[in-house]
Design a protein around this ligand. Structure first.
Ligand code: SF4
Length: 349
């Protein structure tokens, strides 16, 4: 046994090792950089700064408002205020060393206003068609899938499961919010891990709830392009801000919404998806944590994903003997949960 391996065992001694359900973000990470998966999923390392700035982003806010619907605006408002209150208590306890928490509280108000304006436009333009019945909204699903003798536990939250009353078939409905071009955001969505996982989760949910015809027929993606203008003193009231947003879309020749329904073209457990799930099953069971099984991304492309340096770069560039020190200063150990950036549909890094 090499010194490295001995060192690694000493390091992992006393550290939590998670074996919880796998989310689509974990599987995505597994395919792109196994080392990042070790840090995040198996060891549960999250930067302390991330935890402090745990405020809901624009995409999450929009999801929440639409989830409550036109009749639930007060609930959505309270949800935001409750989150702000928790963050504000941290400021009052003196934990806002760099002002980021106060900044996050303010940003939440801006995001809420923007998300609310766009939700109003959406409800005005796309009332739910009469033939679509919503069976579940923002539903958290967890379940087991058996693949080639391997059990893998998967989990995640689906935006919506709807039923077409005309033929009784299920569809997965998903929001994508972004300030970028929706065509670009949706490129490849149909064969992405997210899309495949939602299909699987919707099927598990339907079976758990004894829904007839549990396998979804396809998915509906509602792309929402967010304006870059904020509610401010220029607007005499909120209605004026909504009008200004409408004008912004016109001036920029941008359509605020893109809705697409696409039928699945491949089996739910396609060969490519199954191979990822089998790989995930082994990862889920792994408690030995041999470092060689979690190699760094040799292409280094994931190290600078979205033009940002990877959260774990500091751990990757030093010898493992320095990890305890860095982890103590920069990270907290938390049980990993679904951690998807709702702006891009991609994993937050
Ligand atoms: S720095 Fe690169 S190799 Fe290291 S965990 Fe991040 S993506 Fe992987």
């Amino acid at each position: 046994m090499s010194n490295d391996v001995q060192g690694q065992q000493v390091l992992f001694e006393g550290m939590d090792r998670f074996c919880g359900p796998l989310h689509q973000s974990d599987i995505g990470m597994m395919l792109r950089c196994r080392r990042a998966l070790l840090y995040r999923y198996k060891l549960g390392l999250r930067p302390k700064s991330d935890l402090r700035a745990g405020a809901a982003g624009l995409g999450q806010m929009f999801h929440k408002i639409v989830q409550y619907g036109p009749g639930g605006i007060e609930f959505a408002k309270k949800w935001v205020q409750d989150q702000q209150k928790i963050l504000w208590e941290l400021v009052e306890k003196g934990e806002d060393v760099d002002g980021s928490i106060a900044g996050a509280v303010k940003a939440m108000t801006d995001h809420y206003n923007k998300a609310m304006a766009i939700a109003q436009l959406y409800w005005e333009r796309y009332p739910d068609p009469e033939y679509l019945e919503t069976l579940a909204t923002e539903v958290h699903v967890e379940g087991d899938v058996e693949i080639c003798g391997n059990k893998v536990t998967v989990a995640g939250t689906i935006d919506k499961v709807v039923r077409d009353k005309r033929d009784g078939r299920l569809w997965v409905r998903d929001w994508k919010t972004s300030s970028r071009d929706m065509n670009y955001i949706m490129t490849g969505y149909q064969w992405s891990i997210q899309c495949r996982m939602y299909r699987l989760l919707a099927w598990l949910w339907a079976k758990q709830n004894e829904i007839e015809n549990p396998e979804p027929l396809g998915f509906i993606v509602d792309g929402v392009r967010m304006p870059t203008i904020k509610y401010c003193k220029k607007d005499v009231d909120f209605a004026a801000y909504i009008e200004r947003c409408k004008q912004w879309y016109k001036d920029n020749l941008i359509d605020a919404f893109t809705s697409r329904a696409i039928r699945y073209q491949e089996p739910m457990l396609s060969d490519i998806f199954m191979s990822s799930l089998v790989d995930a099953a082994y990862t889920q069971k792994d408690t030995a944590l041999e470092l060689w099984q979690y190699p760094k991304d040799m292409t280094a492309s994931y190290c600078t994903n979205y033009d940002r340096q990877c959260t774990y770069y500091g751990l990757c560039e030093v010898d493992q003997c320095q990890w305890p020190d860095i982890i103590e200063r920069q990270f907290k150990v938390v049980e990993p949960t679904d951690n998807v950036n709702t702006e891009t549909g991609e994993v937050n890094e």
